[in-house]
Design a protein around this ligand. Structure first.
Ligand code: HEM
Length: 505
């Protein structure tokens, strides 16, 4: 037998024996949460496979309890399905469980946690979070036009586009342009003119590639079982290549441009401390030595994912629900006409005067929670939870979707019924004042973009419903709401085409 092969087999055998020994010793010392039967090296991965989206996790919780442990190869994953345990993880022990678990793929996209979303809990994260939050707090109402053609803040007339009123438009494409324009205005004081803008096309392409590679569950096997990693070499090479192309695009087409604008405005900036957009704040922090150039790029990377995809997918779900529930759509339109008066275009401050609009948004984020298990948390050190020991560096899934869809806590949760937020759940807000409803998380690692997201959702949905009848495309009675559940997010599987029939011609 070839010496190298012999050495490899001996190595694998020793690793397996060591893993069995360590797991036996650990198992004796630790009082681990219940979970499926595990095997050395692979844990319960062979039984569970990739089927652990929020729906499957509910089924496992029914079998193993509100806190259970999946040992997926080398990764421990604790799954939480009760409000009490969620409160413990996110609030009472928020510091202990305030880090993030990464994967071999996310190590590539986030520079091993040198970004903000996947940073360990600590000084670096605190600094990055402060720097990123400023522009999104101060510019939260910067919502540009665009979804239905020109017009008001979020939608507008479609006289230029008779096709939208007959054959329909591909919803996701329209929403992407609008949401990119919102985020790029805040970040770079930049606006893309149309879906065909070459820079927009390039940007969307690389971000789309990153999203596909990151959301896929295809790489789990190599992440869970390190000896299988050689089979992921091609995948990881593609990830590195995409990361490189994205960073170059951000640098060459946005950051450098903004640096030169900054240089020409230097005197003014120093005198007035008048930093204009997000990147000015990031570059200022770099200049002060708070963060380095890589951190700046990684903040831009984070915003391209956290701020854009989530908002597009939430809008897409909300519009699909309004089309599939025409009575809700009509009721919302009547509220807008009555409170604002016909043709008075919805603005951001108006959205707070429209309780049914707010209820529609909340109900969408309840039933179609975009980040259903939050961004997985992690405990750096061994911890205690619900009377069990949680091993260090355990990936923690809080099944926030189940907390918001558990029939013990919600009346007929499977129904899309915004009225619940005006009736029996009228005290429940999106910012997490009730742990059973946390679409933006709660506690230290909650979403810093919540106000911006709620503003964009309010203006866009308000303007669309005010100006158009939203309908399924010809020959279809409903929008297909099949789900695509990725590593972190739930979005619509198929790109919906919708008809925008103008109310005022
Ligand atoms: C984190 C939801 C929009 C930036 C999160 C988390 C959720 C979430 C569930 C994880 C909370 C946790 O792990 O405890 C959403 C939804 C959005 C949205 C549903 C839209 C509908 C935005 C926007 C921004 C943003 C517009 C722009 C600033 C972030 C960042 C984090 C985050 C940076 C990581 C926070 C940290 O790790 O400390 N978001 N988000 N999100 N979100 Fe959002």
């Amino acid at each position: 037998m070839d010496l190298l092969l012999l050495k490899t087999l001996v190595g694998l055998f020793s690793a397996a024996a060591a893993a069995i020994l360590i797991s036996k010793l650990r198992g004796k010392r630790l009082n681990l949460p219940p979970g499926p039967f595990t095997l050395p090296l692979v844990g319960c991965w062979l039984q569970i496979g990739n089927n652990f989206d929020h729906h499957h996790l509910v089924n496992y919780a029914k079998k193993f309890g509100q806190l259970f442990l999946l040992r997926m190869g080398q990764r421990n994953m604790a799954v939480i399905s009760s409000p009490e345990l969620a409160r413990e993880v996110l609030l009472k022990q928020g510091k202990e469980f305030g880090s993030r678990s990464r994967s071999i793929v996310f190590d590539i996209f986030t520079g091993k946690g040198q970004d903000m979303v996947f940073a360990e809990y600590g000084d670096h994260w605190r600094k990055m979070r402060r720097i990123v939050s400023v522009p999104f707090f101060t510019n939260r109402a910067a919502v540009p036009s665009g979804v239905g053609g020109g017009g008001g803040e979020g939608g507008g007339g479609s006289e230029e586009e008779p096709a939208a009123a007959e054959e329909g438009v591909v919803l996701r494409r329209r929403l992407e342009l609008m949401v990119y324009n919102n985020v790029y205005k805040i970040m770079f004081d930049k606006r893309f003119e149309s879906e065909e803008d070459p820079l927009f096309v390039k940007l969307k392409r690389v971000n789309g590639e990153r999203s596909k590679l990151g959301q896929s569950r295809e790489y789990n096997f190599g992440d869970f079982v390190p000896i299988l990693r050689p089979f992921l070499r091609g995948y990881l090479k593609t990830c590195r290549e995409v990361a490189r192309r994205r960073f170059n695009l951000y640098k060459d087409s946005f950051i450098h441009n903004r640096k030169s604008v900054g240089a020409s405005r230097k005197g003014m900036v120093e005198k007035n401390n008048d930093l204009k957009c997000g990147i000015d704040h990031f570059l200022e922090a770099q200049k002060n030595g708070e963060i380095n150039e890589d951190n700046v790029l990684l903040l831009v990377e984070n915003m391209n994912v956290a701020a854009i995809e989530t908002t597009v997918w939430a809008l897409e779900w909300a519009i699909a629900e309004l089309i599939n529930n025409p009575k809700t759509q009509a009721k919302l339109r009547a509220e807008i006409d009555t409170i604002l008066g016909p043709k008075n275009q919805v603005t951001e401050p108006d959205t707070h005067k429209l309780p049914y609009l707010q209820a529609v948004i909340k109900e969408t984020l309840r039933l179609r929670m975009i980040v259903p298990c939050l961004v997985p948390h992690m405990n750096l050190h061994q911890a205690k939870l619900g009377g069990y020991d949680i091993p260090a560096e355990c990936r923690i899934y809080v099944n926030a979707w189940w907390l918001a869809n558990d029939p013990t806590h919600w009346k007929k949760p499977e129904e899309f019924r915004p009225e619940r937020f005006l009736e029996e759940e009228s005290n429940v807000e999106a910012h997490g004042n009730n742990i059973k409803y946390i679409p933006f998380g709660v506690g230290r690692r909650n979403c810093p973009g919540m106000l911006n997201a709620m503003a964009v959702l309010g203006i866009t949905l308000g303007s669309l419903v005010q100006n158009f009848e939203l309908l399924p495309p010809p020959g279809q009675s409903k929008i297909d709401t099949a789900e695509n559940n990725g590593q972190f997010a739930t979005r619509m599987l198929n790109h919906a085409t919708i008809v925008l029939k103008p109310r005022y011609v």
